[in-house]
Design a protein around this ligand. Sequence first.
Ligand SMILES: O=P(O)(O)OP(=O)(O)OP(=O)(O)OC[C@H]1O[C@@H](n2cnc3c(O)ncnc32)[C@H](O)[C@@H]1O
Ligand SMILES: [Mg+2]
Length: 212
Amino acid sequence: MKNGGTVVVATKNAGKVREFALAFGKLGMNVVSMFDYPELPDVVEDGATFAENARKKAKTVAEALKLPVLADDSGLAVAKLNGEPGIYSARYSGAGANDASNNAKLLAELAKLAGFESGKQEPLPDGSKLLSDARFVCALALYDPQTESFIESEGYVAGQIIDRTRGVNGFGYDPLFWLPAFGRTMAELTPEEKHAISHRGQALEALLQQLT
Ligand SMILES: O=P(O)(O)OP(=O)(O)OP(=O)(O)OC[C@H]1O[C@@H](n2cnc3c(O)ncnc32)[C@H](O)[C@@H]1O
Ligand SMILES: [Mg+2]
């Protein structure tokens, strides 16, 4: 990965592509993704951890293209759901899952627990409530098929799950991910603000440090 170069990211998630394009753009690099290589088959994400899945995505695509490839496996871990949906975040609501159905499923699962709680928590000014601690996790793997070696990193961001969607930026669970320090959800941050604090931004920072 060098200035003026191109980074291949093994993802079919348009939200991730936008975030990597922003980050690498600042370094003078251009991003291509699996949208640019539609002939490549999907990689089956059957690892037991984010890191395993990231390594598998990177290595599979890198070997197919004979180029170094970066992959991201990420997700949301919700404390009151014992860390779910975790590595299953993309398919939480089952076959045909999308961001809206996954967000609805998350609120439904947390609503099931609400009956066991005291409900004493003060609502926010707009009447919304915070339902659980949570964190986003991002594992990155960069695989070089020439040296047959990986560079890996992880990043995290802590927050809470709010009981209704707020904001239209970002993707995935961002509209339900409340950041107390900002008084906003992740979907209410600008792309630059999100990158500065996000699990993906942190993981990318850690990866780049290993490269220099
Ligand atoms: O595997 P690729 O092709 O990269 O795309 P994907 O969407 O399937 O990505 P993952 O397998 O890593 O699943 C991650 C899911 O976790 C959620 N997620 C990850 N990062 C997120 C972020 O920054 N904001 C909100 N949700 C995020 C989102 O729902 C993703 O679909
Ligand atoms: Mg995936």
